[in-house]
Design a protein around this ligand. Sequence first.
Ligand code: GLA
Ligand code: ZN
Length: 680
Amino acid sequence: MNKKILFPQVNGLLHGGDYNPEQWLDRPDILRKDIDLMKEAGINTVTMGVFSWSVHEPTEGNINFDWLAEIMDRLYDNGIYTVLATPTGARPAWLDEKYPSAMRCDERGVRNHHGVRHNHCMQSPEYREKVRIMDTALAQRFANHPGLLMWHISNELGGYCYCDTCRKKFQEWLAERYDHDIEKLNKAWWTTFWSHKFNSFDQIDPPYSNGENCVLGLNLDWKRFSTWSATDFMKFEIDTLRAAGAKEPTTTNYMEMFYDYDYHYMSQFIDVISWDNYPEAHNNWQSDASHLLERSFNHALFRSLKPEQPFMMMESAPGVVNWRPYNKYRRPGMHKLISMQAVAAGSDTVQYFQIRKSRGSSEQWHGAVIDHIGTNDTRVFKEVASLGKDLKRIYEVTGTLSDNKVAIIFDWDNRWAVDDAWALAKETKKFDETCMSIYNEFMRLGVEPDIISSDGDWSKYKVICAPMLYVLHDGIGQKISDFVEAGGQFMSTYFTGYVNKDLLANLGGFPGDGLDKVFGIRSEEIDTLYPDDEVSISLLDKADKRSLSVEVHDYQELLRDVSADILAKYNNDYMAGTPAITRNNYGEGHAYYVACRVDQNEIEFLYREMLEHAGIPYAKLPIGIEKHSRFSEDKRYDFYLNCTNIPIVIKDVRGYDILSDTKIERKLTLEKYEVAIIRS
Ligand code: GLA
Ligand code: ZN
């Protein structure tokens, strides 16, 4: 793989975070000290301006960036680069007072009052105009500044607005989508049901909480529209910066497992993927290793949005956050582990919220590199500074890339549709968890999956899993068929292929769109189990001539017309003796169907089989060890992370650990939370 360096001006990985010097303009002594401390911590980048609007423009039209220019210059003189944000994540009071349309309306259509953040109307023309003026001025002043690395668009874009402007935009968007033909929309949304027919697009409301929220097609299109609307806002900001001369790359900081918008859609319009990673380490319901695997899934999701380049971990907490029900400090060593996990998974940055702790207001107790005590000898500062040294030591991994052959399909609209479907059990649908459980199983075998969309590029993958792919977009049946026919290994589960992109049930059996032939089965019933129902299947282990019983949870499908090989059968209740897991030889490949929910660990044989068919090497890792790999043209870097608080030995590891500067001959011993990066 050819390296892809995001920021050639910086020699190595980025280390830094959100810096809010505008809170300290009356303390030049502190601003000077900040730079000394940053240098001591090996910090080479800061993110500025995220919430600076009221300092940039204290009264309407009175824009002054001198404070920022001075600080940016001084940072640059000290070898610290700037990620510069547009300040649109929060608005000054004067703006909302004069242009109330900038404030969002809630799900009853009622206008919010001024305050908080992340709550602007994405479509308000008055707000757009203020944003245009602000972003133009910013770009005119700072584009091409030698210290400027990139533009950070707004902050954590999210949420929905139900104002009249957005209502109108939604109607226009729908008219476009349904070719200005209201009958097309009526058909797609099946509106004859409950007399929900519309005569024209202008009768359609957003799904107000006290209005129309039972037309599932409308609900889904509203989410698609809201993705479009936020993306439209983001593009507007990018276009404005570009029109004013900005050439630097753009990003916007995404959030973990984010629900509101489809990041596959949004990501087409930005240059670099970044996300904010806030692990809840040392919690009281799971092990650190399990928790870190969830982080890892997120890293994979964000990496896979633009797999041809590294991503950025834009925020993470030094020490502690302040917004959880319980705000527990990261124990010694956890900071390094979490930071290195990001790099292992493909991030070229370790960035924090925040460099210096605010003195007042709601985030005054959120962790920071520099605490209120202001010294370089706090535990957190020392761990950050030590990480800064480690990141310098491993500079050669900058720009290296993952090269995975396994992928899991994760479509946002499928996720929404599964949750909104009046079926199964509200409590146990667990689409996200289901995807994660498949990810975890591959990770246990030392094989790292990417997380992709059904519409994306599948050409590099040999094994693809599509759990609960309830919604099939146009052409996906054929795409799966082609993939398997050409030798791919494809695995699906219960609740797959039930509806088309409009949520209309596929007629003629599930999975629809021709997939019954690919899998060699049809599903006739999906049965929902209570948590205490006792149902199991038997795996037919031919080699062993034994059958192994595995518990079923939550869902079981009754299959019919089975021409595929049967790998497991139901044991009890009315499905007893019928197929529960199947494998169909189709073209050159295999299509697996897992008709019930089981612990993926219990069907490890199926994973091994898929990997063997695909010729992908695997080796089971000790419990609590994560492995990730990054590649350059001629080197491979295997990251081993000990995600437990006990020492672990890993066998058959050979190469050079660039983190500890030691040669590993055969076995690698990792102390608690320790990381090794083996170059070969
Ligand atoms: C988010 C925001 C930051 C800050 C942190 C606190 O990620 O982007 O401004 O509020 O949370 O954890
Ligand atoms: Zn609005």
